[in-house]
Design a protein around this ligand. Structure first.
Ligand SMILES: CC(C)(COP(=O)(O)OP(=O)(O)OC[C@H]1O[C@@H](n2cnc3c(N)ncnc32)[C@H](O)[C@@H]1OP(=O)(O)O)[C@@H](O)C(=O)NCCC(=O)NCCS
Length: 233
C-alpha cells in the first residue's frame, strides 16, 4: 500500500496512467482502514463490499439510487474503495471515468453501526485521490443522489459529499424499467401515468476536489473521536 502524501505529490507530475496502485489511509483512533484498488486486486474484499451494499439496500434506511453488479466494476474500469474495521468491511463505494472526462462516484454505503464517522466522505476522498494519482485527468467529479418521494434529498449522502466541495447541480428522473440497476426501487418509487420512476439530484465538483480530498483524508486519519469530526470542513 502506497503512502498517500507521496502519491499525491507524484500525481501533479505527468500522467502515469497506472490505476493498479493500491492506496490506504488508516485512522488508528477509530480503528478504520480505508483502501482503494482495482477490483481484481481484492476479489474477497469486493465480494464482501457487495454483500454489505445488498444488506443495506434491503433495509428501510436505504436511499440508494442504483444497484450494481460486481462485474460492472470491471466493465467500468472502476476503482473500488473499501472501509474495514479489522477484517470486517464496513463501507464501500467506487469511482470510474466516463467518456466525457467525468469521474463518477457510485454505490456509497456505510454499515449503519459505523455511521457518524465520516466514512463516506473519507471513501469519496480516497476514490478521488486514487483516480488523480493513477493519472486519470477528470474535468469534474459527479454523483447522483436520490430525491425521496417527499421531495427531500438523501441528506446523509448530500452532507457527506458537500464536505468534499461537491455542490448541488441539475435534477433528473429515471424510469424504473426492471433492469438490475433499478428494479430494487419498485417498492419505494413514485408513480405517474407513465409508470414508476425515481428522482435524483446530481452533485458536482471541479478538479480542485483532488487537493481538497487529500486535505480531508489527512485530517480524517488524525481524528480521535466522532465528536471532533465537525472540525473537518
Ligand atoms: C449515505 C451514507 C453512505 C453516509 O455515510 P456515513 O459515513 O455514515 O456518513 P456520516 O454519518 O459521516 O455523515 C452523514 C451526515 O448526515 C447527517 N445525517 C444522518 N442522518 C440524517 C438525517 N436523517 N437527516 C439529516 N442529516 C442526517 C449526519 O448527522 C452527518 O452530518 P454531520 O456530520 O454534519 O452531523 C450512509 O448513511 C448510508 O450508507 N446510507 C444508506 C445507503 C445510501 O443511501 N447511500 C447513498 C448513495 S448516494
Amino acid at each position: 500500500m502506497a503512502n498517500l502524501l507521496a502519491l499525491a505529490a507524484a500525481a501533479s507530475a505527468p500522467a502515469a496512467g497506472d490505476s493498479s496502485i493500491s492506496i490506504s489511509a488508516r485512522n488508528e483512533h477509530l480503528d478504520i482502514l480505508i483502501q482503494s484498488m482495482l477490483p481484481g486486486n481484492d476479489l474477497v474484499g469486493v465480494n464482501a463490499a457487495k454483500g454489505l451494499f445488498d444488506r443495506v439496500m434491503g433495509t428501510a434506511a436505504s436511499q440508494l439510487l442504483f444497484d450494481y453488479r460486481a462485474d460492472d466494476l470491471f466493465e467500468r474500469k472502476a476503482i473500488v474503495v473499501i472501509a474495514k474495521v479489522e477484517e470486517r468491511v464496513v463501507g464501500t463505494l467506487h469511482v470510474h471515468m466516463d467518456d466525457k472526462q467525468q469521474l463518477w462516484v457510485r454505490g456509497a454505503v456505510v454499515d449503519p453501526v459505523y455511521s457518524g464517522r465520516q466514512i463516506a466522505s473519507a471513501m469519496g476522498a480516497m476514490g478521488v485521490v486514487h483516480a488523480g494519482c493513477s493519472g486519470l485527468r477528470f474535468t469534474r467529479a459527479t454523483l447522483a443522489i436520490r430525491i425521496l418521494a417527499d421531495g427531500t434529498m438523501n441528506e446523509p449522502s448530500r452532507v457527506s459529499f458537500a464536505r468534499l466541495g461537491f455542490v448541488e447541480g441539475e435534477l433528473g428522473e429515471a424510469r424504473i424499467d426492471g433492469s438490475f440497476r433499478n428494479r430494487h426501487l419498485f417498492a419505494s418509487c413514485e408513480r405517474d401515468v407513465f409508470g414508476p420512476f425515481t428522482r435524483y439530484g446530481r452533485m458536482h465538483a471541479g478538479p480542485d476536489v483532488f487537493a481538497r480530498s487529500v486535505r480531508f483524508l489527512e485530517a480524517w486519519r488524525q481524528l480521535r473521536h466522532p465528536d471532533a469530526l465537525a472540525t473537518i470542513r
